[in-house]
Ligand binder design. Sequence first.
Ligand SMILES: Cc1cc2nc3c(=O)[nH]c(=O)nc-3n(C[C@H](O)[C@H](O)[C@H](O)COP(=O)(O)OP(=O)(O)OC[C@H]3O[C@@H](n4cnc5c(N)ncnc54)[C@H](O)[C@@H]3O)c2cc1C
Length: 472
Amino acid sequence: MRKMAEMAGAKERNDDTMCYAGKEIPVLFSTDVCVAGGGPSGTAAAIMAARNGAKTVLIERGVALGGLAVLGCVYPFMDTHAPDSDTPYVVEVKERLRRHGVEPFDGVTQQTWHNPETLALIYDEMCAEADVDVMYQTVLVDTLQNDSVIEACIVQTIAGLAAIRARTFIDSTGDAYLARAAGIPCEHGYEKTGNNQPLSFRFEMGGIDVERLYQYVVVDLQEDWCKSKPPYFEIAEAMHRKQRYKLEDLMAKGVEHGEITQEEAEYMQAYTIMGKNGVMSMNCPEIPVKFSASDPVSYSKAVAYGRKMMHHIADYLIGHLPGFEQAFISREAAMLGARESWRIRGRKYLVEDDYHKQSRFSDAVCRTAWFIDAHGEKVSEKLPPGGFYEIPYGALVTEQIENLIVTGRCISASFILQASMRIQPTCMSIGEAAGIAAAWGISHNIAANVLRWEELPADKRSYVSAGQCDIR
Ligand SMILES: Cc1cc2nc3c(=O)[nH]c(=O)nc-3n(C[C@H](O)[C@H](O)[C@H](O)COP(=O)(O)OP(=O)(O)OC[C@H]3O[C@@H](n4cnc5c(N)ncnc54)[C@H](O)[C@@H]3O)c2cc1C
């Protein structure tokens, strides 16, 4: 096993250029940690690596950090349903929202009602304070490897191709892009059907009279789904799920009268957004599963298909849902909502049983109990109160590559288990641990894929296992 000191050559050589595909390209950074993807997990990983002493570069293809939680219009953060699951970084992000004037708690549910523009600002501030070099509009393209070590990643910047050398790489792309470029075996879709979870093309609608909507849904229709009150208010209509919602009749009527299609009617949900009065985040349209999150041609077709669905749904709500009379589409997501695309096969592999049996791992990096929410395939019962399972560090690293850690929704897990671990707070906690582990490995000359999380001093870890032994 090569130790990290031997890998440090890249940093010390500090070449100005590297050869890639027959071209000499500039080396933009020679750094300790390079994180690809600035979503909930990648931003956490970069900030925590830097805070723990590692020089860190974070590359993001968009122009805001937050991933689906900002670019994908996915808010609020769901509650993990696990007791005491918030790791220090998650607590801090929630506290920073409050300091920026966004009160994230409704006092009834445990979900965190955030505001995307504020969250993007907070992430910029946290990266600047930690001295993370954030590279926006920079797309990970490839890796350059020496056997089992990634020496550099190739990125497409606004100025063209460039290389970033690093001692440890963290793949937070959600799509396991870096891991796949490095040749790590990956899975995608449901083992039984090959289908990915459905994509969504989320959007925001402004001009909504939320009080009138509340009156209609909660008072007139007697819908008791939403436990909180405006300004924290959500509506739901999901015809194919287990629950039955009062708004279902309204959507069914739209299908009957030919104003919307069955697939447009099948999944509609909306949440208010703190600090954006009269604006709701639309958790729809859910695009049919014949469109794939892992086939580039199909994915591209899903964009136009989803946009058409979005406009049909918006027009229908404006025409028929009290409170929406003056509404309009105020923003569409800057990335499709992929619930699941690729997942790595790592040293440990989480499966559905880990949820039901509430597995504990000595190398656990966090806990969660969000139910299995594999749209269209399986929706599980919630675990009993107080129940949870843990996510092991072994699911973040691979046999094949020494200096790679993978975070967020593409860690090593089966399709069904991933449908539980993918919510934003859990992805943040995973990223937080990855950043700490990367910095620790570098400062102690331990390769990321053999590092033993449970051997870090407890006060250095963001989470200490509740079980301290592997129970499956
Ligand atoms: C429709 C939908 C609804 C959801 N609802 C909720 C909800 O209500 N609450 C909740 O908590 N969770 C929800 N989730 C789940 C949650 O939002 C995601 O699982 C979570 O954001 C995943 O975080 P991540 O960091 O792994 O990846 P992502 O959020 O996907 O972020 C990945 C980042 O990597 C960047 N990237 C990707 N490839 C490259 C590349 N090659 N080069 C550079 N950058 C790259 C992307 O631009 C992005 O910023 C929902 C998800 C979807 C799709």
